[in-house]
Design a protein around this ligand. Sequence first.
Ligand SMILES: NC(=O)c1ccc[n+]([C@@H]2O[C@H](COP(=O)([O-])OP(=O)(O)OC[C@H]3O[C@@H](n4cnc5c(N)ncnc54)[C@H](OP(=O)(O)O)[C@@H]3O)[C@@H](O)[C@H]2O)c1
Length: 431
Amino acid sequence: MTYKVGILGLGTVGTGVAKILQDPIGRHPLLPEIKIARVGVRSLNKQRDVAIAPDLITDNLESIVNDPAIDIVVELIGGIEPAKSLILKAIANGKHIVTANKAVIARHGSEIFTAAKQKGIYVMLEAAACGGIPVIQALKQSLGGNRISELTGIVNGTTNYILSRMYFEGADFAATLAEAQQLGYAEADPTADVDGFDAADKMAILASLAFGDRVKVEDIYREGIRSITSADIGYAKELGFTIKLLGIAKRPKTDGDSNLEIRVHPTLVPIQHPLANINGVTNAIRIEGDPIGEVVFSGPGAGSGATASAVVADIINVAAALKSMPNQINSLMGCSHEHYAKVAPIANTVAQFYVRLLTHDKAGVIGDLGTAFGKHSVSLNAILQKTTVHDGLAEIVVVTQKVSEFNLQAAIAAIHDLPTMHSIPTILRVL
Ligand SMILES: NC(=O)c1ccc[n+]([C@@H]2O[C@H](COP(=O)([O-])OP(=O)(O)OC[C@H]3O[C@@H](n4cnc5c(N)ncnc54)[C@H](OP(=O)(O)O)[C@@H]3O)[C@@H](O)[C@H]2O)c1
């Protein structure tokens, strides 16, 4: 039996996938039965890093999704359009889908999975969250016996690279971003990564698999890392923390509360936590479930080979399912979610906070601060006061006890109005 694959996109990931499919020996025994039938690109004249017979390559991607000979369409062009329309057309034509496209799945997954369900089609997305780390399969299958209570992850390699360099070298954000761009770890337009959009897309996918309801990406509270300074990294270190951009998703703790907690923001992580030592472009996901307890996955979240590893695993899974049950859908591989999760507003969440304040260097500042925090039921865990002042200003860092976001924001509003206060450059949550 042969399974014919049409690959849309022959860039970083598409090239990695084609290389594996062309070199199947020593890998999964089903791979020799999987053949590249067509490859779609934008520019036919581009020099390619993999040899594909010229008659298989086309710039007419519609002709691939309409080709009756193709069983599986592998979408590796990225972005929303034309990816979304091509996926929907392929589904309408009865083709199974493998995609690495987190943006299209996080924003239009509902339409895509509804269409796929009606048609009895697989839509596989292992590579769409955390590249080479097999976390989707784990959530769908291997952890199926668990009630998952929490999923916390470093799901964006670019920001983890930047924050790791800032931590180890004391470098500034802007200089580190520029270097990451030179090395190809950050895009020319870094918005999707540094402002947390990419991480939010991945958390929407991971949380919906972990908690069993679809998650709208626009419901996820999101903050990026642009405001993190080398001063914050230094204070975090002094207090026993590192700073990571985390995606955090939690199941409601009480039966009466049906709201999920999902957020993406820079977070102070205690140095002994399993995610604290995940550095560079590496991704990691910590999952807490009953009865398994804690399980941590880590590995390459991006890159040609790592991402292709996940894409090819999905292709093999579809081919294996088609071989063993050609007229049925394997329910472990399909999407069964139909309802949207209710997501708690950020004001309802409870966390410890790190606050860096610049005050006028006058007597009584600490007392004023303590009173303002106390008035709003914000208890303090630690205070660092730097005697070094610049322009008549002193820097004070406080770490609170666990408090509600609502109370913290009320205290911050009151502190802003104190005559001794200059500014509050940074407010971060603590894991
Ligand atoms: N790169 C990674 O490490 C990584 C990791 C995880 C997930 N992903 C996801 O994988 C997907 C592919 O990423 P990538 O890095 O491989 O992208 P890429 O290197 O930019 O490659 C995109 C490919 O799609 C083709 N393409 C783009 N728009 C097209 C259009 N309108 N019509 C026809 N062809 C078009 C391009 O053709 P030309 O070659 O002719 O320009 C290129 O071959 C994205 O969804 C991305 O988010 C990537």
